[in-house]
Design a protein around this ligand. Structure first.
Ligand code: PLP
Length: 461
């Protein structure tokens, strides 16, 4: 008799915060309670989440980008059930996986300048693999990454993260890693000129901040890499798989990197997976002899469920024309936010591509607003965005995030399936919350005071 997991969830879901506080990450529970996000989600379908009172939320976070095709897509679920029912010879290890071969073939059709795929279990593992490929292929130790870049939190990846919050107290990190500012070609050229750099690791659009490259940046960066014998690695873990309105974000700028990393959406939101797409000569330098056939890899990579989830996800993306939908809905929302930037002094800019959108706030002009803004910023840098995301959640049932630590940008990363009705919901909600934020004194700024006091108390304790 199989465990009745659905009843187990129903019986114990109300204990989740207590269980986590006791046995897992208590700080996360404290954060959720402080900002009032402890509503206890009970189900999810497509772009919507439902809490234990049945209230419907629009999810603009999509599990940090994994639910491009929405939660619990019936087609992916059905494929996973079929795999489980088929008694497939999963993870034989002394054989090769048929489904991995088919998924690799399918991915490479989308990225024809690469001939090989290496599968991993997550984004950070794809980054770790890329580091090894680059060092093996070039015989060089060095790695260059961008300020504000994010590539994951295992030791190799975090050595390439351009935000100290993820590193404080955790060193030492990989040696021979150096940071250059994003969008600074002169700094990149100086770094590459040592001829000791194996790879330049870059997100085409940075996830932290939703920072766009200058029009010529990626193309010129690739030319510099070629000139100095460095490989260019495009980390498309967040931007890839249609997110920006193209299969890969680099396609917007006509760039063909040496290695391309994907993960997140490829999972269909069900089975973790990551992939490195590589040019053959690079791949063959790491896997260069029979006795090195297992020089890099991991036990669970290429497992049948992950490979099937990837294949089913690509099918859904194509049959539902989700890349086209991301481009169209992204254009609509970006235009609506640009209009808000013209109407509201707190809104500075909107940036992004497709359905990866950053709405940036900044110092207002009028005196009363400016005084409240400065007070809040002096108490806690970057807190302002919480004054937008919390009312969006509580009053308008929209789940979204601040684009990074101490960031003044609110980020939208919705499932690529969102409809015009969802866009109406988003535009109405943001407009109302932003309008409220322009009222001083008002509920939004009172919330700011409460949050700042909370944050100061937490720091003192
Ligand atoms: C650009 C980028 N690279 C790497 C990662 C790490 O992926 P994972 O969390 O699956 O390890 C992330 C995760 O947010 C990411 O956004």
């Amino acid at each position: 008799m199989a465990l009745d997991i659905v009843s187990l969830f129903a019986e114990r879901e109300s204990e989740r915060y207590g269980l986590h506080a006791r046995h897992l990450n208590e700080q996360m529970v404290r954060v959720l309670k402080a900002i009032g996000y402890d509503v206890g989600f009970r189900s999810g379908r497509g772009q919507y989440l439902y809490d234990r009172d049945g209230v419907k939320y629009l999810d603009l976070l999509s599990g940090w980008g994994v639910f491009a095709i929405g939660r619990n897509h019936p087609a992916v679920r059905e494929v996973l059930k079929r795999v489980l029912d088929a008694d497939l010879p999963n993870l034989v290890q002394m054989d090769v996986s048929a489904l991995a071969g088919v998924l690799a073939e399918r991915l490479l059709k989308r990225v024809p300048y690469c001939e090989k795929v290496f599968f991993a279990n997550s984004g950070t593992e794809a980054v770790e693999a890329a580091i090894k490929f680059a060092r093996a292929a070039t015989g060089r130790p060095g790695l260059v990454y961008c300020g504000h870049g994010f590539h994951g939190l295992s030791y190799g990846s975090v050595s390439l993260v351009g935000d100290d919050i993820f590193r404080q107290g955790l060193g030492p990190f990989l040696p021979d890693c150096s940071e250059v500012p994003f969008n600074d070609l002169a700094a990149l050229e100086r770094a590459l000129a040592s001829k000791k750099i194996a790879a330049f690791m870059v997100e085409p659009i940075q996830g932290k901040g939703v920072n766009l490259p200058a029009d010529d940046y990626l193309k010129e960066a690739l030319a510099l890499c070629r000139k100095h014998g460095t490989l260019m690695v495009a980390d498309e873990i967040q931007t890839g798989m249609g997110r920006t309105g193209r299969f890969l974000a680099v396609e917007h700028w006509g760039v063909e990197p040496d290695l391309v990393l994907i993960a997140k959406s490829l999972s269909g939101g069900h089975v973790p997976v990551g992939a490195v797409l590589a040019r053959k000569w690079i791949f063959d330098k790491l896997f260069n002899r029979m006795d090195r056939a297992v020089v890099h890899g991991s036990t669970f990579s290429k497992n049948d469920l992950a490979m099937a989830a990837g294949l089913a996800t690509l099918d859904v993306m194509e049959s539902e024309r989700l890349i086209e939908n991301a481009a169209a809905k992204g254009a609509r929302l970006t235009a609506a936010f640009a209009d808000m930037a013209r109407r509201y002094e707190l809104v500075k800019d909107v940036h992004g591509k497709g359905l990866m959108i950053g709405l940036e706030f900044g110092v207002p002009r009028s005196l009363a607003l400016k005084a409240s803004w400065s007070l809040l910023e002096s108490m806690n840098k970057g807190l302002f965005c919480q004054l937008i995301t919390i009312p969006l959640f509580k009053e308008h049932k929209i789940l979204c995030q601040v684009a990074g630590h101490a960031s003044l940008t609110v980020k939208l990363l919705p499932p690529l399936i969102i409809t015009d009705d969802d866009c109406d919901w988003i535009e109405r909600a943001f407009d109302a919350v932003i309008a409220d934020a322009h009222k001083v004194p008002g509920a939004v700024w009172s919330l700011g005071k409460t949050l700042a006091e909370h944050a100061m108390k937490a720091r003192a304790s």
